[in-house]
Design a protein around this ligand. Structure first.
Ligand code: NDP
Length: 481
């Protein structure tokens, strides 16, 4: 049955955009040398002008962060730092609607996701880490572990505010100060976060936001005044950063790409598994590092699962991301759309069979329909490369051992999903899958208390939970143990 939905657009009037944004350095917005425009990927309209941070701006930001670290933040008792983090968390919660609408406008993701996932989780990360700020001595790293200093943090465009929260909340809770570079295509919620820091009376220089492109990111991670680098993004850039930091002794954590297997056994409830497959790959248009982009389905139920999946995909609503009924929003940029087209074409030319959900793509903006490839072999590019779009590749298996072998046959190792009614099989699989996170009968579940990170080319280090604190504490030196 197909339901018709009346338009239910969220109002943009809750957001007050400035025409132009400076860099947030030392607690104020300051001008830089040049500007660029950020657009809505759903309409291609210009949303605001944003400053491009050059090397001299990165210098200023690092100097501000160093001064704040030495004079204020590292010496402040944890319970006082915690109060600032609680205040920031409350302000994010208070301004949640505004942040959600802005995130959707700048990123293209459905408002349902920014409202129900991104922003509540960003607030939860600050609440969670606020609680740690005065308890670091009980985190298992010695009685009074020390911070590292100034953290240089570079984040991608798929979860702009949430990735900011993953980076800034633990850094501040542990007593570090930060310079953060948001992605070029999604700087606006980071700039609204800068306003929140002002509202929270955070001491100037504790958080600095330098907008710009890859060159700005490079200037930041290469800066000699940085003690720790935290990066989320592509494996190619992650490798470059790892090489750079190997020579100058900075501490590094890298959260990179993925090609996760979502594994469905023949005893799994089909409808529930189909919801998990859809959530695994079409959530956030598939712009998710841990997306379940390879479906491994047991051969005996492959036909039933695929038929149910296509039926479900045909009901997905693609379109205006600000509409509360939208399931699939816009692709974040023209460049990303071209990459998705290229890999989808490679899938067809290598012999896989392509099926896209029947949906009307809007005339303006960047769009790609939910798509599934069958008759995929492990050698196909669509089975090996991170597409980072709403494209699922389907492979089959006969035995659990074959499922493990195929799931692990990837240079990545970020996440995996297992669908079965047998608890013993879940444990058997989880202990053999080379993935940082294994979800059982669910997918894409996140919690600030749960560490997240990868194996192999998915990077190293963990974010979230007690394990995530380690990345921002001088535990290698032993602290005050
Ligand atoms: P990048 O890795 O280029 O971008 C991630 C962040 O790093 C952005 O802030 C980017 O700036 C910055 N950056 C780019 N080059 C450098 C550099 N040399 N030194 C330091 N920082 C740098 O990813 P893309 O946006 O180009 O996406 C390409 C592919 O990467 C995607 O198709 C997807 O497969 C994968 N990806 C994976 C993500 C993940 O979560 N694992 C997230 C994003 C992408 P700017 O935005 O200005 O380029």
């Amino acid at each position: 049955m197909r339901f018709e939905y009346a338009p239910a657009p969220e109002s943009r009037s809750v957001v007050t955009l400035r025409d132009s944004y400076g860099l947030f350095i030392g607690g104020s917005f300051v001008p830089g040398s040049s500007v660029f425009k950020t657009i809505s990927p759903a309409t291609e309209e210009v949303l605001a002008e944003v400053t491009h941070g050059g090397p001299e701006d990165v210098d200023r930001a690092v100097a501000a962060a160093r001064q704040a670290y030495e004079r204020i933040w590292s010496a402040m008792p944890g319970r006082e730092r915690g109060k600032y983090l609680f205040r920031i968390a409350r302000l994010i919660a208070e301004r949640a609607r505004e942040l959600a609408v802005l995130e959707t406008m700048d990123n293209g993701k459905p408002i349902r996701e920014s409202r129900d996932v991104d922003i509540p989780l960003a607030a939860a990360h600050f609440f969670y880490h606020a609680g740690w700020a005065d308890k670091l001595g009980y985190a298992g790293f010695g009685p009074s572990p020390r911070p590292l200093g100034v953290a240089g943090q570079v984040i991608p465009w798929n979860f702009p505010l949430l990735m900011l929260a993953w980076k800034i909340a633990p850094a501040l809770a542990c007593g570090n100060t930060v310079v953060l570079k948001p992605a070029e295509t999604t700087p606006l919620t980071a700039l609204m976060f800068a306003e929140i820091c002002q509202q929270a009376d955070l001491p100037p220089g504790v958080v600095n936001i330098v907008t710009g492109d890859g060159a700005t990111g490079h200037a930041l991670v290469a800066h000699p005044g940085i003690d720790k680098v935290a990066f989320t993004g592509s494996t190619a850039v992650g490798k470059e950063i790892a090489r750079l930091c190997a020579t100058d002794g900075k501490r590094v954590t890298l959260e990179l790409g993925g090609k996760a297997a979502n594994i469905v056994f023949d005893d799994a409830p089909v409808d529930q598994a189909v919801e998990g497959i859809v959530n695994g790959i079409f959530f956030n248009q598939g712009h998710v590092c841990c997306a379940g982009s390879r479906l491994l389905v047991q051969e005996s139920v492959a036909g039933d699962v695929l038929a149910a999946l296509k039926r479900r995909m045909a009901t997905l609503r693609l379109g205006d991301p600000l509409d509360k009924n939208t399931d699939v929003g816009a692709i974040n940029s023209r460049a990303q759309l071209e990459k998705i087209h290229l890999l989808a074409q490679a899938g067809e030319s290598e012999g896989a069979s392509r099926w896209s959900a029947p949906c009307q793509l809007p005339d303006r903006g960047f769009w790609f329909p939910p798509t599934v490839f069958t008759e995929v072999s492990q050698a196909h590019r669509v089975a090996r490369e991170e597409i980072f779009g709403p494209v699922l590749s389907v492979l089959t298996f006969r035995t659990p051992a074959e499922a493990v072998q195929k799931a692990n046959n990837t240079p990545y190792g970020l996440s995996a999903g297992v669908w079965t009614e047998k608890g013993s099989l879940i444990l058997w699989m989880a202990s053999r899958l080379r993935a940082g996170v294994v979800w059982a009968n669910t997918f894409n579940r996140f919690d600030p208390s749960s560490p997240f990170g990868g194996y192999k080319e998915s990077g190293f280090g963990r974010e979230g939970g007690r394990h995530g604190l380690e990345a921002y504490l001088d535990v290698l030196g032993g602290g005050d143990v």
